[in-house]
Design a protein around this ligand. Sequence first.
Ligand SMILES: [Zn+2]
Length: 230
Amino acid sequence: MKNLLLGQLGEDDFNRLEPYLKVTPFKQHSLLFEAEREIKHVYFPTSAVVSLVVTLESGEMVEAAMVGADGVVGASAALDGRISLSRGIIQLPGDIVVCSIDGLKSVALQSPNLLSLLIRHEQTVYAQAQQSAACFASHHVQARLCRWLLRARDLARTDTLVFTQEYLAEMLGVQRTSVTVVAHTLQSAGLIKYARGKIQILDAEALQDGACECYGTVKRHYERLLGPAR
Ligand SMILES: [Zn+2]
């Protein structure tokens, strides 16, 4: 299984869950669910990357967490919340294993292992959200962009990322001009190549040196709670 959580299930749990699972392709920027609305499905990305964003009355949205093949989106709804705390959008296109809420809930209630896995994963999303709050308040936009690109690269498993500068600015909650300046600096230093909405990561190691501590902190939380990513 390309999804880390589904891959960690025992054979019995997976067999019980399988009838509720359906692989579905998703396009970039499509909406999975809206904040404060009922969630109808749970999403286990295999190649797509999902952003959980906080929306403001002004229409702005800022990213709180990014979930890909290392996680699940909407599981808290299956664990009883039902109403989403954030908006879920497809950040990078690809496949997602979609599961019905009732299916996941019925299997999880019979399986302490699956329940524990889902709860541990919710903690990783919470860890990302609290790190994003600290990051936004204390870290420079250049370090934050490096962090963001590294996380997107880990989840997309590719050095070529398709993002416009407007989108990056929106996710980071900064002015587009700030992203332009920072992207230019990173490009001049040979870390990335940026052209026509496409970012090529040329030197991931240097990008890691330039990223704030939040990249490593979130990664450690994931490894502690869910085991190393494969
Ligand atoms: Zn940070």
